[in-house]
Design a protein around this ligand. Structure first.
Ligand SMILES: Nc1nc2c(ncn2[C@@H]2O[C@H](COP(=O)(O)OP(=O)(O)OP(=O)(O)O)[C@@H](O)[C@H]2O)c(=O)[nH]1
Ligand SMILES: [Mg+2]
Ligand SMILES: [Zn+2]
Ligand SMILES: [Zn+2]
Length: 355
């Protein structure tokens, strides 16, 4: 399963990616979520080290596409091989906006190819960045990006997940969610309320059925004071996430569903081939029957008779007893002197018989 995490710069993609493994390791003993190779392990660890120190990771560099293979699934069950991609928000923004591929750099085009090939798209929507920004054109552009994500026809068949990131900032608005459905409805409501009206309701409503929503906080923060005396949010210690329970479960369900789907597709393909091959096989069977029908009997080579064993084929056998006084041979009674008997295999027909 391939998962692509999309979202504008600063929406929290890199932090979420790094925290997934940490969250599962510390809070989900029922699941396994671990990097497969050294590159993935190092990438995640570098981010985690920053977070442990109470720092944020640097913004992902443009033109970089990180491909991270993971093993994921329920403990004790066969694990899924999944690949998660991380790219810079700047690149993703341009990929979403571009309606012609020629306006993209070579790197952006290869990122786009991976997005198109992904099974699951996760869109990180940082409403805080949206609303907090006094830059109205940026706010409009973010709304437009989100709309593009929801409505891009090439991506409609994929599993799509909208994740409201940094949800702790909306904790009050999301208060007391009861179950996944209620939480989804609340997130959807929040998104609707806060998107600029000219970009919203209809396409969100339109895509609701195929897009699920959840609210997460990759890292719970504490408020600190920076050098300028301004309050800033920094990762609290020990690292903790909120809302990843449903998110991770959803990914696990998708993975299981995809495998079942793949198996279904295989069976369908086999069934289709069988349906096509059946008449051919039957035709061959009749053809072979026909050939056998023409074939000569193996036992008598088609003659219909075999040599008499008793007289050795001569029609006479040595005389014994009294008659041996006046003649040396007598006619063979088994083959009536013919020297041959009807072939017992084909009953004298000389042709091969199957039954
Ligand atoms: N409060 C809070 N802030 C967060 C959380 N996750 C990320 N942030 C903040 O958002 C910033 C950006 O997070 P990143 O994960 O680097 O964002 P990104 O989407 O990878 O950004 P680019 O790499 O630039 O595309 C961080 O530096 C933090 O300040 C969270 O769960 N809670
Ligand atoms: Mg990043
Ligand atoms: Zn025969
Ligand atoms: Zn004989």
């Amino acid at each position: 399963m391939k998962i692509f995490i999309i979202g504008p710069e600063g929406s929290g993609k890199t932090v979420l990616l790094a925290m997934l493994g940490r969250y599962v390791a510390t809070e989900r003993k029922d699941l396994v979520f671990e990097p497969v190779n050294r590159v993935a392990w190092q990438y995640v660890n570098a981010v985690l080290e920053n977070l442990e120190r109470g720092d944020w990771p640097a913004s992902t560099r443009q033109a970089e596409l990180t491909t991270l293979p993971w093993r994921f699934g329920s403990r004790g069950a066969p694990l899924h091989e999944i690949v998660i991609f991380d790219a810079a928000g700047q690149d993703l923004r341009q990929i979403l906006i571009a309606d012609k591929q020629d306006s993209l750099t070579a790197e952006q085009r290869s990122i786009r190819i991976q997005i198109d090939a992904a099974d699951v798209l996760v869109y990180l929507l940082d409403l805080n960045g949206f609303l907090g920004s006094n830059d109205l054109s940026l706010r409009d552009e973010n709304a437009w990006l989100f709309k593009t994500f929801l409505t891009k026809p090439e991506w409609r068949a994929k599993r799509r997940l909208v994740v409201l990131s940094k949800a702790e900032i909306y904790a009050a608005m999301l208060a007391s969610p009861t179950g996944q459905e209620a939480e989804e409805a609340k997130v959807r409501e929040l998104v609707k309320q806060h998107l600029p009206t000219n970009y919203t309701l209809d396409h969100i409503v339109d895509s609701e059925s195929t897009v699920s929503y959840s609210a997460i906080t990759s890292v719970v923060t504490k408020t600190a004071i920076d050098h300028d005396g301004k309050p800033v949010r920094l990762p609290a210690h020990p690292l903790k996430s909120i809302g990843l329970y449903g998110f991770v479960d959803t990914l696990n369900n998708y993975a299981a569903w995809l495998i079942a789907e793949e198996r279904r597709r295989w069976l369908n393909r086999i069934a289709k081939h069988v349906a096509w091959a059946m008449p051919v096989l039957i035709a061959f069977w009749f053809f072979f029957l026909f050939l056998f029908h023409l074939a000569p009997c193996f036992a008598c080579a088609g003659r219909g008779t075999i040599a008499c064993q008793v007289c050795g084929g001569s029609g006479n056998r040595p005389a014994m007893g009294l008659s041996a006084w006046w003649r040396s041979t007598i006619p063979c009674s088994v083959c009536q002197s013919k020297g041959s008997i009807p072939c017992p295999q084909c009953h004298g027909k000389g042709k091969f018989e199957l039954w």
